[in-house]
Design a protein around this ligand. Structure first.
Ligand code: PLP
Length: 390
């Protein structure tokens, strides 16, 4: 299997050199837009590219509002803050995630509750979430959901769309509604993915995207807060730009805001990238199709999009038969210059989340021992500029 896979990846990417897990591509107007910010000197917190980038994201996601931030973690912090999460709260999330999901909570003084993932999506399992709530939670006289033992408020459900594959949002929304919880999507990996035809990030009250260098599109570093309502969007803009009140010259700030705004320089790169989004998604789907065919009929299972979803196939992955097979795959591919990675360690194995409350995690543990991520960059294509058509 290992040697055949190495051969297959080299065939897909047509190179004998090192093949990374995910590399960005700048085939459109990215250079021209970035240079434009340099020529204009508007590289920092003022400039037209930020507005333009936010409008492109609204168009792509159907969100009610979008506010650009310095990175995805900052976007997630803001999204949780807008959903009412405060110090002392509990927030239900998945044990199998990238550490930033839990870090954003920890930075706010909130605590993650680590729950199992669904084998369908590898994201938060609605049944496990409902089961934990039935066992551990109650609604108080005011309708506030509380942890029965500690009386701590449980404020939100925070699912993450693993590798870009959408979680079961209808079921999770229903759980959130029953227990009077906000639904916040960690959609950092899911730009361009659809859940039953609706873009990931547009269904929760708020959501966060990331444009880190390894994501579907990149701004170098960057993120975006998505809000269902324009009222929340205005709050997000205010909070992430030092909560400054408009005035011709005075420094007026009405709360302790964040300086989370995305510089114009980065937004320019994002504008160029967004013009390439459809092309990138198309190419990533072709790469996924090659892996799907390669693993068909073997005892390695390609991680495919759930049947209710159209995925962006951000990061392809395969489920190995067991941990020994996983280790062998990791060792041989990496030794051959084909980069592969195991999935993240479950959050409760990290020192800062060891004492986090958690439910039973059979699916998360199963995936942790078997999942390997494979090179997933979009393929090299002829250089085209943003405005051109095929
Ligand atoms: C990338 C990522 C983030 C954070 O994004 P940054 O831009 O790196 O801060 C958050 N959550 C998940 C699941 C991610 O994959």
């Amino acid at each position: 299997m290992e040697q055949r896979l190495i051969h297959k990846v080299r065939e897909i990417y047509r190179t004998d050199e090192f093949i990374p897990l995910h590399a960005p591509r700048f085939d459109g107007a990215e250079r021209a837009y970035v240079n434009d910010t340099l020529d204009s000197t508007f590289v920092s917190s003022v400039g037209a590219y930020v507005d333009r980038f936010e409008q492109q994201i609204i168009k792509a996601t159907g969100a009610g509002a979008a506010v650009a931030t310095v990175n995805g973690t900052a976007a997630l912090h803001t999204a949780l803050h807008l959903a009412g999460v405060q110090a002392g709260d509990l927030v239900l999330t998945q044990a199998l995630t990238f550490v930033a999901t839990c870090n954003a909570l920890k930075h706010m003084g909130a605590e993650p509750v680590l729950l199992d993932v669904s084998p369908v999506s590898l994201g938060l399992c609605p049944e496990a979430t409902e089961a934990w709530l039935c066992e551990q939670a109650e609604l108080d006289g005011e309708g506030q959901c509380r942890h029965r033992a500690s009386k701590a408020p449980i404020r939100a459900i925070l699912p993450m769309h693993s590798f870009g594959h959408p979680v079961q949002l209808t079921e999770l929304s229903a759980v959130a509604k029953r227990w009077n919880l906000a639904l916040v999507e960690d959609a950092a990996e899911a730009l361009g993915s659809l859940y039953r035809g609706r873009p990931a990030g547009s269904i929760g009250l708020t959501a966060a995207l990331s444009f880190n260098g390894n994501k579907v599109i990149t701004t170098g570093g960057g993120g975006m807060v998505l809000c269902q309502s324009s009222t929340l969007g205005a709050r997000a803009k205010h909070l992430t730009t030092t909560a400054k009140l408009p005035h011709a010259f005075e420094y007026l700030h009405d709360e302790a805001g964040f300086n989370y705004r995305m510089p114009n320089l980065n937004a320019a790169l994002g504008c160029g990238q967004m013009e390439q989004l459809d092309r990138l998604l198309h190419s990533k789907r072709q790469v996924a199709e090659q892996y799907r065919q390669f693993f068909a009929g073997s005892d390695y299972r390609f991680i495919d999009e759930p049947d209710y979803a159209h995925s962006n196939f951000w990061l392809n992955g395969v489920i190995c038969p067991d941990r020994a097979a996983r280790d062998q795959l990791l060792e041989q591919t990496n030794a051959a210059g084909v980069m592969t990675r195991p999935v993240w360690q479950l959050m409760h194995r990290l020192p800062m989340y060891q004492s986090a409350q958690r439910g039973p995690l059979p699916n998360a543990e199963w995936a942790e021992a078997r999942v390997v991520n494979l090179p997933s960059s979009a393929l090299v294509q002829a250089t085209r500029t943003g405005g051109e058509h095929d």
